[in-house]
Design a protein around this ligand. Structure first.
Ligand code: THU
Length: 160
């Protein structure tokens, strides 16, 4: 039996000032998007901003429902909106942030498992890794490609 290892790679910044202007702008857009979240149950307001290759920025935020599973995460709201309205445009970058009752969360916002899978689908669809910017007050994580968060992933190639 072979012992195998998978490496993931990411950059970590401690403030927005360390980011490029474009990345910082996208995070600001995600923060703006979180203000429109509908999250009366969790009071955890998530915002996502997607940069497309046509330079459009698509926003999303979490949309909760009294029937809890009927809601949707910010990342998928943004991603599905981008894919629905600009089906030909490559998803380049997604910035994700979240605010709780105390303000901007301390650690970098991390997409849930289902959102990781949805982001992977967009990578495979457009055949390009998606840059992720995960925002938090003490830590901003930047990574090139969702496989860093989803090793040994399942995609359409596994259906063959
Ligand atoms: N949420 C997101 O919007 N994105 C994630 O990746 C994690 C969780 C939302 C779902 C729910 O509305 C609230 O945050 C608490 O889980």
């Amino acid at each position: 039996m072979e012992n195998k290892k998978i490496e993931i790679q990411y950059f970590e910044a401690s403030s927005l000032a360390e980011l490029t202007e474009n990345d910082a702008f996208l995070v600001a857009k995600a923060r703006e998007a979180s203000l429109n979240a509908w999250a009366p149950y969790s009071k955890f307001n998530v915002g996502a901003a997607i940069l497309l290759d046509n330079d459009e920025i698509i926003l999303g935020n979490n949309q909760e429902n009294a029937a809890y599973p009927s809601g949707l995460c910010a990342e998928r709201v943004a991603l599905f909106s981008a894919n629905a309205n600009y089906p030909e445009s490559v998803v380049k970058t997604i910035a994700i942030t979240a605010f709780n009752s105390k303000g901007l969360i301390k650690e970098a916002a991390k997409p849930c498992g289902a959102c990781r899978q949805a982001i992977l689908e967009a990578e495979v669809r457009f055949n390009q890794p998606i840059r992720l910017i995960l925002d938090g007050a003490n830590s901003i994580i930047i990574m090139e490609g969702i496989k860093n968060l989803l090793p040994l992933s399942f995609d359409k190639n596994d259906l063959d």
